[in-house]
Each structure stands twice: as C-alpha cells, then as structure tokens.
Design a protein around this ligand. Structure first.
Ligand SMILES: [Mn+2]
Length: 308
C-alpha cells in the first residue's frame, strides 16, 4: 500500500493532490490511499460542503510501518508527520522552491517539481496524459485547488500550464463554473475575531543576520471594506506578535482576492520605514496600495535576496 500525504493542515492544493492522485493510481491499478494530517484549511471545508464531497483520510493507526509514501505540495521535511520516514518516500510532486531536505530522500523513484501556480496542475496533467478521466470530485478539487492557490490565476506564480489545465478540467466536468469561484472567495473571507491571528499566519519570524521580521498575510474578498472593520484589530495582533516573538519589524501583506489588488502596512513607524527602504513602496496614509496581486512569498523572496 502506498500512502499519499502532505503538510499539516493542508490547503486545497494539498488536499486535491492527495485525493485526486490517490484516485488516479488506484485506477491505474496501484493500491493507494491518502493521509490528511490535521484539520484542513477553511477553503477545503467550504469546497467540500458546497459540492458534497467527503474526504476519507487514513488514520495514523491504519498506516502500516512498511508503507511507501508519496509526498505532494511540498518537498521539505519539517511539515511532514513523523510517521513519514525519509527512506520510505518514493515520489514527490510539488511546485515550491527546492528544499535543503530534498537530498535526504534517498529512495525517490519519481520526482516532479515544476514552478507552477499549484501542485494540483501537475496531478491534473497526469490525468490528461494517462487517458483516465478524474471523477467529478477529483476534477472539482483540482480545479478549485489551482484557482485558490493561484488567486484565480492572477498570482505571479501562475503559469500557462495552470490556465490550460483549468480549461481542460472545466471541459470535462459540468459542475465547475466561474460563478462558484466568487462564492468560494467570499465565503473564505468571513473571519471571526477569535480566528484572526490564525488567519494572519504571523507566528514564524524570518531571521536575517542583523534583524528579525514577521510578514503576516491575509487573503480576503473586498479587502477595503474588511480593513475598515478590522484594521485596528490587525494592528493590535501585530503589536502582540512583535512583543511575543521579539522581532524588529512586523508588517502584513493583504490581498483582495476578488478585485486583484494589495495593501501593505506595518505595525509601527519603524516597520513602515523598513518597508519603504526594502521594497521602495510609497505610503499614503500609513498604507501601501498596489494595483495588482503581490503575495507574501513575493516579498519574502525580495527580503532573502537583499539581506541574506
Ligand atoms: Mn500549493
């Protein structure tokens, strides 16, 4: 038995890869199942509920010690469950930058890491090339996995292959529609105050030789409206985090996933100065507004290039 798995609390890209690739391998005749570690991200639950899809993950105790593993949507090690032993990983499908752990996987038989908007694009292409059609559930998960990961194909990481495979998925599954994208994005943007810190993903500092910083992120529909109500809460959380984690700068990258623009602001004057200096952005009323989608990963890439 092969077990497909991904990082803790996977997003829709990770879940769709596990679900759909497991199904494809079973169709091909290789007995495979998947293991979802932790509670999937909110967008996963939204899509599953909307389309009546149920996920049947293996439990840890059901996984035998000599199972081989296929790892999807990551190529590192830190975020994998401890049941996944390096020497048992036989395949990786991913779209992230190469991790320093990659070389510790000695028994890889198949490796595909392409810089795309989503790992789900690779799995969908495997279907297309295999001649097997994905089930309705797999097609839906893959499609919205790509859409969600690439912010409706507008994020910088989006590749022609993402767009082409989305069109193919649409053409084979009548339940896929563009109208639903808006509905999913709006549902995903309903954030309760008690979940705001979690949604901001602001727990892990980036450490550089001379300073530490935290780059938080938020991806919501109708961002300006959202900030009208929540900006002071967001700043309070950033203050809290700055103190707790003892970092020099804290700022947040907010993306309007529906209307395709970005707003960035820091927790204080020092952090705003740091943003100005590092990225050359201009502030108006203590905010930077950019007329396109910039993701946190685009910013951290610049940080690494400049300060490491
Ligand atoms: Mn991904």
């Amino acid at each position: 038995m092969k077990v497909i798995t991904s990082y803790n609390q996977p997003d829709l890209d990770g879940v769709s890869c596990m679900y759909a690739y497991s199904e494809l391998l079973n169709k091909i005749g290789e007995k495979t199942n998947y293991f979802i570690w932790g509670k999937p991200k909110k967008e996963v639950l939204i899509v599953c509920e909307m389309f009546g899809i149920s996920l049947n993950t293996l439990k840890v105790k059901e996984i035998s010690k000599d199972s081989d593993f296929i790892v999807v949507d990551l190529n590192g090690k830190e975020q994998l469950h401890s049941i996944v032993k390096e020497e048992k990983v036989i395949e990786i499908i991913d779209h992230h930058g190469l991790s320093r752990w990659l070389q510790s996987y000695k028994n890889i038989q198949r490796l595909q890491i392409d810089r795309l908007g989503a790992a789900a694009t690779i799995v969908a292409e495997r279907y297309k090339n295999s001649g097997f059609l994905p089930s309705r559930e797999s097609a839906i998960l893959l499609f919205y996995g790509i859409i969600s990961n690439s912010i409706n194909l507008k994020a910088n990481i989006t590749n022609k292959r993402d767009i082409e495979i989305c069109n193919w998925l649409k053409s084979i599954c009548e339940d896929i529609s563009d109208e639903k994208i808006k509905e999913i994005f709006i549902k995903k943007s309903i954030i309760k105050d008690e979940n705001l810190r979690e949604e901001m993903e602001c727990e892990i500092p980036n450490t550089f030789p001379d300073f530490k910083t935290i780059v938080a992120q938020l991806e919501v529909a109708n961002l300006k409206e959202f900030l009208k109500n929540k900006k002071s809460n967001i700043i309070d959380i950033m203050k809290e985090v700055k103190k707790e984690k003892n970092v020099n700068f804290v700022f947040i990258n907010c993306v309007d996933i529906l209307n395709g623009y970005t707003i960035i602001f820091g927790v204080d004057e020092e952090s705003n100065e740091f943003i100005k200096e590092t990225f050359g952005y201009k502030f108006i009323n203590k905010e930077v507004e950019i007329n396109k989608i910039i993701q946190r990963k685009d910013l951290t890439k610049i940080l690494r290039k400049k300060y490491l």
